[in-house]
Design a protein around this ligand. Structure first.
Ligand SMILES: [Zn+2]
Length: 124
């Protein structure tokens, strides 16, 4: 794996990490007890006499459910990005975590956080 390529991938991963953290902090508060864990914020709408209370509750629940779904996706992606950054630090970046073969650059260009080569990715 060329150093230039790894440097470029590291930049992309760091940018993505920053973006993911910013998005997560907008929809979730960081759980102070668990490293890397975020809890979706439960939205609260100001009581409004015009708004039927049931409708308001339904809205809150729906937004909360959406936030949990999005939050999980962002959280998983952030974890994958951070594992990729760790692999760069350890010098194992680009090696398939399953068959230990070096992954083609095109695969890593498509997804800088890819842990497995395409063949092993299919096994999951
Ligand atoms: Zn593999």
């Amino acid at each position: 794996m060329e150093k230039n390529f790894i440097d470029q991938q590291k930049k992309r991963l760091l940018t993505e990490q920053t973006e993911l953290k910013a998005r997560l902090s907008r929809i979730a508060k960081k759980d102070p007890n668990v490293k890397g864990d975020y809890d979706a914020k439960f939205p609260s709408y100001a009581a409004n006499e015009e708004v039927d209370r049931n409708y308001e509750n339904a809205l809150e629940v729906e937004d909360y459910t959406n936030a949990i779904g999005v939050e999980n996706i962002l959280e998983l992606r952030l974890a994958a990005v951070e594992r990729a950054l760790e692999r760069i630090e350890k010098g194992s970046y680009g090696t398939c975590s399953h068959c230990k073969k070096e992954q083609p650059q095109a695969r890593l260009e498509a997804d800088p956080a890819a842990e497995r080569c395409l063949d092993c990715g299919k096994l999951v």
